[in-house]
Design a protein. Structure first.
Length: 194
């Protein structure tokens, strides 16, 4: 039986969404022959409880602005609209069963996969596609015991944490993020210190 859609899912806090997120989606789309890459903004990222993050509406808006104009990328708000912690397994189970789903993770996130809620069900429902990240060797991902496909891509040392720190110290994040995201951050003064 042929699957209805070959879908890549790239989930995250997206605080802010940046160029490496776009590059990861593009690499996965090409290397895995995906029909669409779905960017899912975490509404309540339970693994980030206790850490400062922007309001989910801001993070959702940056996701929408960041992928604007790319026909095979889509923004999905099902986690933003859902109450309670954002568990990837709940999200995966909300897609049609006949879709072939590839969960796109940076190697740094993939190393933590065994700490996820119902992670065994996550890897059963999807093919985990791992994008290389600086400072994380493929052996570390392999050591988790989770099945995965390694996508050999350039590891670019840009992270949302780094970009927030730059912005908070009054350094530009322009060109690290899509232009619409940069304009939104500037207008909303998202990472400006009081």
């Amino acid at each position: 039986m042929l699957c209805a859609v070959r879908r890549g899912i790239l989930g995250g806090t997206f605080d802010p969404l940046h160029v490496v997120h776009l590059m990861a989606g593009e690499a996965a789309r090409q290397l895995l022959d995906l029909d669409v890459v779905t960017y899912i903004t975490a509404g309540d990222p339970y693994q980030k409880h206790g850490f400062p993050i922007s309001e989910k509406e801001h993070r959702w808006n940056m996701t929408v602005l960041g992928i604007e104009g790319i026909g095979y990328f889509e923004a999905d708000d099902r986690e933003v609209k859902r109450s309670g912690p954002s568990y990837m397994i709940d999200t995966l189970e909300s897609f049609d069963a006949d879709e072939e789903i590839f969960l796109i993770l940076g190697a740094d996130a993939a190393v933590g996969l065994p700490t996820w809620h119902r992670w065994e069900d996550v890897v059963e429902r999807t093919t985990v596609a791992v994008i290389s990240r600086p400072g994380v060797a493929e052996e570390e991902v392999s050591a988790t015991g989770a099945p995965y496909r390694w996508l050999d891509t350039p590891g670019i040392p840009i992270s949302s944490t780094m970009l927030r720190a730059r912005a908070e110290s009054n350094r530009s994040i322009r060109f690290f993020v899509p232009d619409g995201v940069w304009q939104y951050v500037e207008e909303q003064k998202l990472y400006a210190l009081p």
